[in-house]
Design a protein around this ligand. Structure first.
Ligand SMILES: Nc1ncnc2c1ncn2[C@@H]1O[C@H](COP(=O)(O)OP(=O)(O)O)[C@@H](O)[C@H]1O
Ligand SMILES: [Mg+2]
Length: 309
């Protein structure tokens, strides 16, 4: 197989074009990840959940015209799950044969020249990480009783990691960092998050604004250790709209602070997504309710200042 650098290039222009269409802002990240992948490098995306890592990767794969094989990293991802296994009942009657091998995501990604996207990479067991590291250096692997699997030229590994995850982040070896390029994906600015939530929900504007302001406050709140991502804002808006419908209220009440549908939606959307800081004595519902009200007041007073919308 022609594994020269030229044969391994991906369509960087196509990748960036599709990312521009589908991803709000993030142009720099899209360009850098596309360039690294096109140059034949593997990529480590580092950022908290809900920062658009999967959305970006999916659009880059589509733009390059290569499949995306998505694997969730967790403690159950054994080498056999990642590589594949022989069908046990067929082995009983036919013995081990290449034909009764059921390829796992790694084997499929190598064979199809796909982007293999492993989310929560830090949660992958050590033996499984080592299999991946071997493939990154050799671009092939030997599977017992199946044979040699060679990566097509467009095969790449993209690993995603939440740097704030308590599980296993320290275990990710220097060998992986050495074999990949790292791109940080932090939270986006408020305008970008407003655009993301508006696109995902269709509005209304003031509800979107309060939901976005609320999740942004959770990330920087002394009573919370972990805040909510833009996903929490999307959920808040979608639930509030349904609630308003079922209760016969307007979806956008004149007074955001007395908006019970919005508050109930925020509680449902956010109390499970945030984590209390050590030493927070009151229930998470009270903290989220306070933040929701504070967000409403901030937006109200900003709207009343002359010259500000
Ligand atoms: N920059 C962005 N552009 C478009 N949608 C985004 C962006 N960031 C987040 N989203 C939306 O937010 C949600 C979470 O994004 P996702 O890509 O799944 O995040 P991650 O993989 O980092 O957890 C999805 O609904 C996604 O469409
Ligand atoms: Mg994801």
């Amino acid at each position: 197989m022609d594994n020269s650098a030229a044969a391994r290039r991906l369509d960087v222009g196509g990748m960036v074009r599709v990312a521009r269409e589908r991803v709000v802002a993030r142009l720099r990240e899209a360009e850098v990840v596309a360039a690294a992948l096109s140059a034949g490098r593997n990529v480590l995306l580092e950022g908290p959940p809900g920062t658009g890592k999967t959305t970006l990767l999916r659009s880059l794969a589509d733009g390059a015209g290569v499949p995306l094989v998505l694997v969730e990293g967790n403690a159950e991802l054994t080498p056999a799950r990642l590589v594949g296994h022989h069908d046990a009942s067929r082995v009983l009657t036919e013995d081990y044969r290449a034909e009764n091998f059921v390829p796992g995501p790694l084997t499929r990604a190598m064979t199809d020249g796909a982007l293999l996207y492993v989310e929560e990479f830090n949660r992958v067991p050590e033996e499984t990480m080592n299999v991946l590291l071997g493939v990154l250096s050799e671009r092939e692997m030997h599977v017992p009783r199946y044979g040699r699997v060679t990566a097509r030229p467009t095969f790449r590994l993209v690993a995603a990691m939440n740097p704030f995850d308590a599980v296993g982040t320290a275990r990710v070896t220097p060998a992986l960092y050495d074999r990949s390029c790292r791109v940080a994906m932090g939270y986006q600015d408020e305008d970008a998050e407003l655009a993301v939530v508006a696109a995902a929900t269709g509005g209304p504007v003031d509800l979107v604004a309060q939901a976005v302001r609320t999740v942004r406050i959770t990330r920087d709140h002394p009573e919370l250790r972990i805040g909510a991502s833009v996903r929490g804002a999307i959920d808040t808006v979608l639930i509030a709209r349904e609630l308003a419908t079922v209760r016969g209220d307007a979806a956008s009440p004149a007074d955001p602070v007395d908006d019970t549908a919005g508050l109930d939606a925020a509680l449902a959307a956010l109390t499970g997504k945030v984590t209390l800081a050590d030493g927070t004595a009151r229930p998470v519902e009270d903290v989220v309710a306070d933040i929701w009200h504070r967000a409403g007041l901030e937006l109200q007073s900003a709207g009343e200042e002359p010259g500000k919308a």
